[in-house]
Write a protein that binds this ligand. Structure first.
Ligand code: T46
Length: 135
């Protein structure tokens, strides 16, 4: 599995009745779900993230609006636009990620594999480069 990749979710419904997406552990979401958090009301100029995780896996879904996410795993450095509620961005351990260009109405939800634990964060970029062993 890639350290980060897009996941397309199955949407149930039609243009006549609307749509429903169900996200279950070890099905659409490739791990046991322990936590869900969401980010909203982010001013356009604000950039968030700027860290990697040691063990956390998560899938980010933009439920409304749009946001750009830069992911760098030591090899691939990609900026992904999330603006669909039927597409999630899986981010595994050891991926530096930055979120920016939030729309006023953006709601970004994260479905995560672990409870919140600040010790799991690498917030220093030099420390991250050492962690992924490229310097
Ligand atoms: C991530 C990106 C995509 C908590 O108390 N509990 C929580 O579950 C979370 C996620 C955060 N916090 C606290 C920690 C900080 O004091 O909320 C504050 C803001 O967190 P942070 O600066 O890490 O926010 P972001 O938007 O930079 O990062 C968040 C997640 O923390 C992170 O895991 O991958 O979204």
């Amino acid at each position: 599995m890639e350290k980060y990749n897009l996941i397309k979710f199955e949407s149930i419904g039609s243009e006549y009745v609307g749509s429903l997406i169900a996200l279950e552990s070890n099905k659409a979401i490739p791990f046991d779900i322990k936590r869900v958090y969401y980010i909203y009301d982010v001013p356009h100029r604000v950039r968030r993230g700027f860290h990697a995780h040691k063990t956390l896996e998560q899938v980010l879904v933009c439920l409304n609006g749009s946001v750009k996410i830069r992911c760098f795993d030591g090899v691939r450095d990609t900026t992904i636009v999330l603006n669909r509620n039927d597409v999630g961005l899986y981010i595994g351990p050891g991926v530096w990620h930055e979120m920016f260009d939030f729309d006023e109405k953006t709601v970004l939800i994260s479905i995560a594999s672990e409870y919140y634990n600040e010790d799991d964060y690498i917030r220093d970029y030099e420390e991250f480069l050492k962690y992924i062993d490229i310097i």
